[in-house]
Design a protein around this ligand. Structure first.
Ligand SMILES: [Zn+2]
Length: 63
């Protein structure tokens, strides 16, 4: 029985200013959308209920 390696989901960062989300290992210095040095929130979801898509839908702003 070969072990199946578990790949963790990529980290998703959400701009606190414009709500843009970026998937990369570390938060960017400046947001590529609003060009501001925003605070980036880690919205990565590691829960099965999110479907392992990497983003917690509950953290997305309602439109
Ligand atoms: Zn932004």
């Amino acid at each position: 029985m070969a072990e199946i390696p578990i790949t963790p989901p990529e980290t998703t960062w959400k701009c606190s200013n414009c709500g843009n989300t970026i998937v990369q290992p570390a938060p960017p210095q400046t947001c590529p959308v609003c060009k501001q040095k925003c605070e980036f929130l880690n919205v990565t979801c590691y829960q099965p209920e999110c479907g392992f898509t990497g983003v917690d839908n509950r953290l997305k702003p309602a439109k």
